[in-house]
Design a protein around this ligand. Structure first.
Ligand SMILES: Cc1cc2nc3c(=O)[nH]c(=O)nc-3n(C[C@H](O)[C@H](O)[C@H](O)COP(=O)(O)OP(=O)(O)OC[C@H]3O[C@@H](n4cnc5c(N)ncnc54)[C@H](O)[C@@H]3O)c2cc1C
Length: 354
């Protein structure tokens, strides 16, 4: 009887594990089950382009690996029974595991802003980005869109929407004085200037208190702002299944792990990507690298070899300002303009074709 490795979530982390295992050679006594709610991987790093209407739905799909060693189960995962080692998926019998990977990514975090869950659109899931696409592209000419959160995805969303809809009044709201916290000051200034030149209004030092239908209430301001659509890019948290799990978590709700990425109280469960408490900001890059390392750890366990501990070495972060301009940090070098945009497009092309 084969032992079952069950991977929850076919995103950047989950798929990196499966692909690395298949490439290195899966031991004969192991079978893999991949469970996801959608029948392909969604390229989440491009969901802003889907929402803006500049990339189509099918351009952001990548086929799951086809292998006799991988069983695909499609459905909504709703709970986990750690005692019985079972995963409960809508429309399926409970699925038993010997080893489990949680790689379910993240959802929006509203930080207690009232009405945000009800009156804003998000881009954290394929389904949410599709809804945002419909809402944004149905805004009447000269309407107003407010994007809340001036991090990477907020900046990419604002610039892509500007290219898609030159007629709209677009505002990018940020709680702090500068966009793109964590990036070098020169990049922050460059991006702010690009947005100013392209008529994206920056609302800096602006803390949102409450959202109502088409109205934004700002802390300390008596005058509410009108908006036709509000887009939320101001924070993430792990998915509800992780929120419900009885396990140690960090301040961001991510699961604390040992050095082999196993849950502290359950070595049968590995955690990858946005759900894992790691000393890095959540990113597709971290999820991919960590996924490969988890594959090496699993192979060592199955082959009864010593378990490796590999350092995560990040290559840098690139962002898009529409389809022709970009910015970022590669190694320790800040990059701006057309070259980082071309490199980012190249990385996307590779992730679709390899
Ligand atoms: C707009 C935007 C731009 C970004 N840009 C960058 C970037 O430039 N570079 C970068 O490195 N990172 C970027 N990120 C972050 C990056 O996308 C995430 O960190 C990364 O996707 C996390 O990978 P993951 O494997 O943890 O989860 P994901 O890739 O999100 O995969 C999770 C999978 O789990 C499935 N799933 C979730 N819940 C359930 C359920 N209950 N039942 C069944 N299936 C479920 C989903 O369908 C999905 O396939 C960006 C994010 C956004 C939103």
């Amino acid at each position: 009887m084969k032992k079952n490795l069950v991977v929850l979530g076919g995103g950047y982390g989950g798929l990196a594990i499966i692909e690395e295992l298949l490439q290195k050679g899966l031991p004969k006594h192991i079978a893999i089950t991949l469970i996801d709610r959608q029948p392909f991987q969604g390229l989440k790093t491009e969901y802003y382009a889907l929402a803006a209407g500049t990339s189509s739905d099918c351009e952001l799909r990548v086929a799951f690996p086809k292998s006799p060693d991988v069983r695909l189960v499609l459905g909504e995962i709703h709970s986990l029974d750690q005692q019985k080692k079972l995963v409960h998926v809508d429309g399926h019998d409970p699925i038993s595991y010997d080893f489990l990977v949680i790689g379910l990514g993240s959802i929006d975090h509203y930080h207690g802003v009232l009405g945000a869950d009800q009156f804003s659109y998000g881009i954290q899931t394929f389904q949410a980005a599709r809804k945002a696409y419909t809402a944004l592209n149905n805004v009447e000419p000269y309407g107003t869109v407010t994007i809340v959160g001036g991090g990477l995805s907020g900046v990419e969303m604002a610039s892509e929407l500007r290219e898609s809809r030159p007629d709209l009044n677009i505002s990018l709201m940020n709680r702090g004085p500068r966009l793109l916290g964590g990036f070098p000051e020169g990049i922050q200034t460059y991006v702010a200037e690009w947005l100013n030149e392209h008529q994206v209004q920056l609302l800096l030092n602006t803390q949102l208190e409450r959202i109502e239908q088409q109205t934004l209430h700002i802390l300390g301001s008596p005058k509410p702002l009108h908006t036709d659509i509000t887009l939320w890019t101001a924070g993430i948290q792990p998915v509800p299944l992780v929120q419900q799990l009885q396990a140690e978590k960090d301040a961001g709700g991510r699961l604390k792990l040992n050095k082999h990425y196993q849950l502290l109280n359950d070595p049968a469960i590995f955690v990858v990507g946005d759900c894992a408490a790691l000393p890095y900001s959540p990113s597709a890059q971290v999820a991919g690298i960590q996924g490969e390392h988890i594959a090496h750890i699993l192979l060592a366990i199955w082959r009864e070899k010593s378990i490796p501990v590999e350092p995560i070495k990040l290559r840098g972060t690139l962002g898009a300002l529409g389809k022709h301009c970009g910015f970022g940090v590669m190694g320790s070098v800040a990059v701006k303009g057309r070259v980082p945009r071309l490199i980012k497009s190249g990385i996307l092309w590779r992730s679709k074709h390899f």
